[in-house]
Design a protein around this ligand. Structure first.
Ligand code: BES
Ligand code: ZN
Length: 470
């Protein structure tokens, strides 16, 4: 049936809702098909799976009638698809990622990571929430529009990449080369949690990240700890001293100039966060903890969303095998990162960090700092017409108005997309914070999956009513 503008909104949306209901089981099968592909971007053995996932998406988008292609890059292919322009209506770019984090440790998964399994209304698989499940909601809502009406109320562009979990290098290069192809009025991203079960949210801020590896070295070779212990430097002691010295007793990061450019929270924002229905005891119980920790003077939500953090991500050195070994290791190392908030300056932080490590390093230790990836924090205006349109759509999809939140995670490409395309991101998470992103037993609630699809279908409608400035 052809879409006619005269048709009342309720009729249009009713028909779409009916399509969504009738096709719900197949949407779940599609999701499981994509989840079965082990597209781990960090693992070079998964290159074929990466190609397969990209091709799966291209085929799927083509079947909807969109002009879709896999753009070859030096890294993982980027899937791009678009629908025709709609006069006067906004162009909406959907960004998502089909790559996933490594699934290890395998033994902690109840069902295997790439054999999607439904238990208690959740689908369990690596990528279920981050980001295959959330990304697909927009594909399925688009299908509903196209199959029931033959056209969309907006122009849609899908930009789906395979390197989000490792820093988005290929997409950065593509944007440098040909950003004009992706020109749009707003960027829709669903790759984050809601506020909580039954409480959808619109996210107006993300933290950025600066990631490092620190290597320390003492003697040329491992030494007997009886012969040499107590008389020569131990690199693990040095590493522990250096890492511990990067944060003080009050949870403040000691790197010079670290807080210089931090945008402080406004009183209004602090008051809004304090009013959110956050249950600290439930939060602790969910994590198996009995206390929180962090920067003195800030609440848990403030620490997670709006303040920078220092996180040691991995540490190695010395003997870790069975039994004991009396050894003074020659070398040790750690990976650590800072979560950043707008407008912290990564270069300034790296140079302050080097200065602080030099001051903290005990005599007799050589150290090397390797800079890994980095991306800035993001804040978008929470009161734009796009945000208002999203709030209405979410209310339709979830049966409840969204709250405004920030999130602590990072999506490295967001700032580049925003700058290159001169459009704001609309961050609409459908997940939950206990979805086990990056951990064993990752899951996505099928109810949230379907509510997300419905919200997305309504979003295309709500955005279609906006008239962007020419
Ligand atoms: N989906 C997450 C981002 C996210 C997580 C946003 C939680 C909000 C709340 C994304 O896939 C991710 O994990 N990003 C990485 C980026 C890093 C590898 C550069 C992150 O935040 O660690
Ligand atoms: Zn992730």
């Amino acid at each position: 049936m052809a879409f006619t503008l005269e048709e009342p909104t309720e009729v249009v949306m009713q028909r779409i809702d009916q399509y969504l209901q009738e096709n719900a089981p197949r949407f779940e099968r599609d999701l499981c098909d994509l989840l079965r592909i082990p597209s781990v971007s960090a693992d070079s053995r998964c290159r074929e799976a990466i190609r397969e996932a990209a091709e799966w998406l291209r085929t799927h988008l083509t079947a909807l009638g969109l002009a879709a292609e896999c753009i070859a890059t030096d890294g993982c292919p980027i899937v791009y698809a678009q629908s025709p322009p709609v006069d006067g209506a906004p162009t909406v770019l959907v960004y998502g990622h089909y790559d996933v984090q490594p699934p290890e440790p395998f033994e902690q998964w109840i069902s295997p990571p790439f054999e999607p399994t439904v238990r208690d209304g959740n689908v369990y698989a690596r990528g279920a929430t981050d980001d295959k499940g959330q990304m697909l909601t927009h594909v399925h809502s688009t299908e509903a529009w196209l199959k029931t009406h033959g056209s969309l109320p907006i122009q849609l562009k899908f930009l789906l990449e395979g390197e989000e979990e490792v820093g988005s290098e290929a997409l950065h290069a593509l944007l440098d080369r040909s950003a004009e192809r992706f020109a749009c009025d707003v960027i829709v991203i669903s790759d984050m949690p809601q506020f909580g079960p039954g409480q959808p949210a619109i996210t107006y801020g993300l933290r950025g990240i600066a990631y490092y590896e620190l290597r320390v070295q003492a003697a040329d070779s491992d030494l007997h700890s009886g012969t040499f212990g107590g008389s020569v430097p131990n690199p693990i002691h040095a590493l522990a001293t250096m890492l511990a010295g990067l944060m003080d007793q009050s949870g403040r990061i000691t790197v010079p100039c670290f807080y210089d450019d931090v945008v402080p929270m406004t009183e209004d924002e602090r008051a809004r966060f304090a009013q959110l229905p956050f249950d600290q005891q439930k939060f602790l119980a969910q994590l198996g903890l009995d206390t929180t920790s962090g920067e003195v003077g800030y609440s848990t939500l403030e620490r997670r969303w709006s303040r920078p953090s220092f996180d040691i991500n991995g540490i190695w050195g010395g003997y870790q095998g069975e039994g004991s070994k009396t050894v003074l290791p020659a070398a040790a190392g750690a990976k650590f990162s800072f979560r950043l908030v707008p407008h912290q300056d990564g270069d300034k932080i790296t140079s302050g960090l080097k200065q602080q490590l030099a001051a903290l390093c005990p005599p007799g230790i050589r150290w090397e700092l390797i800079e890994m990836h980095r991306s800035p924090g993001v804040l978008v205006p929470p009161d734009s017409p796009y945000v208002m349109a999203a709030a209405r759509a979410i209310e339709q999809g979830f049966g409840c108005a969204p709250v405004l939140i920030r999130e602590g995670g990072s999506i490295p490409i967001v700032t580049a997309l925003r700058e290159k395309l001169d459009a704001d991101p609309l961050l609409l998470g459908w997940g939950q914070d206990d979805d086990n992103m990056h951990a064993p037993n990752e899951k996505f609630s099928l109810a949230d999956f379907h509510r997300g699809i419905r919200a997305s279908a309504h979003l295309w409608h709500e955005l279609g009513r906006l008239r962007p400035a020419a």
